[in-house]
Ligand binder design. Structure first.
Ligand SMILES: [Zn+2]
Length: 119
């Protein structure tokens, strides 16, 4: 978890935030190394992420309201969780076989012509 108590930077100095990679351990990175995604309707879905400069792994962690406040105050980019992420999906999961069947069906000109003729 980033340390929201890290002092704010002086003017012209980039903010540094203490965080940890599950592989490499604790480190301090500049604020622009982080992305913060906030979900206003469900704060438990807010998260932040950064790419570890040592192992190149993408580290993603849940962001509590305290962490959101701390990261925002230090100039971390903030974006909103896309509405698509809140959609409820029902029905069977699309499988690779479904995609192959669709690809084959679309490659047959007669099927495509029949579909476009009826619409
Ligand atoms: Zn790492």
């Amino acid at each position: 978890m980033p340390d929201p108590n890290t002092p704010a930077p002086r003017a012209g100095e980039p903010a540094r935030i203490t965080c940890s990679c599950p592989v490499c351990g604790a480190m301090t990175l500049p604020a622009d190394a982080f992305d913060l995604v906030v979900c206003a309707s469900d704060p438990s879905r807010s998260f932040y992420q950064f790419t570890c400069p040592t192992c190149s792994g993408l580290v993603t962690k849940q962001a509590s309201e305290r962490v959101v406040t701390g990261l925002s105050a230090r100039g971390v980019r903030v974006s909103s969780l896309p509405m698509e992420a809140m959609e409820v999906h029902v029905g069977p999961v699309l499988t690779m076989d479904d995609l192959l069947d669709l690809s084959i069906a679309l490659s047959e000109q007669d099927v495509v012509a029949a579909l476009t003729a009826t619409s």
